[in-house]
Design a protein around this ligand. Structure first.
Ligand SMILES: CC(=O)N[C@H]1[C@H]([C@H](O)[C@H](O)CO)O[C@](OP(=O)(O)OC[C@H]2O[C@@H](n3ccc(N)nc3=O)[C@H](O)[C@@H]2O)(C(=O)O)C[C@@H]1O
Ligand SMILES: CC(=O)N[C@@H]1[C@@H](O)[C@H](O[C@@H]2O[C@H](CO)[C@H](O)[C@H](O)[C@H]2O)[C@@H](CO)O[C@H]1O
Length: 335
């Protein structure tokens, strides 16, 4: 081989190598995107009865199958269901307050959900990734749309939809006018973190004397809702989200800032037990060094606002990635 043709040969070899490397990295990226973001088709995703429950048992074990989604009066009135943990992971010590709340609220899963052959659910996180996503009409097509805290819908319908089947909240995160951001039949599901949260909902619903102290932010004192639409989430789901997804210690009395799952991670845990198919949207925080990036789709606040909240967002991201990788949930936004 002359030196000229040797060079030609080497150049060809280098070119082939570059092509192979580019192809390999593109195909890997495709796989990555398929895992953490999946393209939305016009057709409804096929739904398989019991699929989410099968996935849930891999993550959370079989104990969760027997647990009611919402707390029931009979478990506290006729039998005194013992709980191993205090709020937010159990009801130990809060039974009397809880009993009064359960006497005026309901626990039933509405017929509109109960009668579905297969329950397609979407959990809408409050993340900035929903902004300009145009996912509104896609979100509205799910049978059950789960929203969190005071996340607005009015004015953001194009990106987040307008249907709200279930909204998780606690006193400090309750919207002051629940009629604006919900549908007439939205289930308002209280996530209790402390005994005062039960006291708050009782005084609001039975129009008793309000207590202002004991909250980290002033909750509504007048709240125009029908008690029949209020449910109390079984704290068992907080326990398993903390234990199985984040490996947090459940008994942690000595610690100053108690670590706990975010309401969104709790909602995914709930959905895996209530639904047959679980999709998520609007999850994911900016990197810690991204100090100016706003975190919500509806307001300008940064990660700094979450200091002292007791959440480990990087650990949560790993937990969500794990659920995406195993196919337990699918993501409508990127992750
Ligand atoms: C200041 C403060 O305490 N902020 C907390 C707020 C606040 O209390 C409410 O918005 C009411 O005003 O609530 C939280 O969360 P927040 O209401 O912000 O968001 C709801 C859930 O969406 C997911 N999320 C949000 C933003 C983002 N960039 N990525 C996300 O994945 C999370 O799973 C989150 O749970 C909460 O309840 O978890 C957690 C936040 O720490
Ligand atoms: C002891 C106490 O009240 N701690 C408060 C935290 O619960 C609260 O975190 C907030 O507590 C909520 C429950 O009440 C939710 O878990 C929410 O995700 C979380 O951010 C932070 C908010 O800045 O303020 C502290 O004083």
């Amino acid at each position: 081989m002359t030196s000229k043709s040797r060079w030609k040969f080497l150049a060809m070899l280098a070119l082939v190598l570059v092509v192979v490397m580019v192809w390999y990295s593109i195909s890997r990226e495709d796989k990555y995107f398929e895992l953490f973001y999946f393209p939305i088709s016009e057709k409804k995703e096929p739904c398989f009865q019991g699929e989410a429950e099968r996935q849930a048992s891999k993550i959370f074990g079989n104990r969760s199958r027997e647990q009611p989604i919402f707390l029931q009066l009979k478990d506290y009135f006729w039998v005194k269901t013992p709980s191993a943990y205090e709020l937010p992971f159990g009801t130990k010590g809060s039974e009397d307050l809880l009993l009064r709340v359960l006497a005026i609220t309901s626990y039933a899963i509405p017929d509109s959900i109960q009668s579905l052959e297969c329950r397609r659910c979407v959990v809408v996180g409050n993340g900035h990734r929903l902004r300009n996503s145009s996912l509104g009409s896609v979100i509205n097509k799910y049978d059950v749309v789960i929203r969190l805290n005071n996340a607005p819908v009015a004015g953001y319908e194009g990106d987040v939809g307008s249907k709200t089947t279930i909204r998780l909240f606690y006193p400090e995160s309750a919207h002051f006018d629940p009629k604006i951001e919900n549908n007439p039949d939205t289930l308002l599901v209280l996530v209790a973190f402390k005994a005062m949260d039960f006291h708050w909902i009782e005084t609001i619903l039975s129009d008793k004397k309000r207590v202002r102290k004991g909250f980290w932010k002033q909750p509504p004192l007048i709240w125009d809702v029908n008690p029949k639409q209020v449910r109390i989430l079984n704290p068992f789901f907080m326990e398993i989200a903390a234990d199985k997804l984040l490996s947090l210690p459940i008994q942690q009395q000595a610690r100053k800032v108690k670590q706990k799952p975010t309401t969104g991670l709790l909602a995914i845990t709930l959905a895996l037990h209530l639904c047959d198919l679980v999709h998520i949207a609007g999850f994911g925080y900016p990197d810690a060094y991204n100090k100016k990036q706003t975190i919500h789709y509806y307001e300008q606040i940064t990660l700094k606002s979450m200091a002292g909240s007791g959440h480990n967002v990087s650990q949560e991201a790993l937990a969500i990635k794990r659920m995406l990788e195993m196919g337990a949930v699918k993501n409508l936004t990127y992750f």
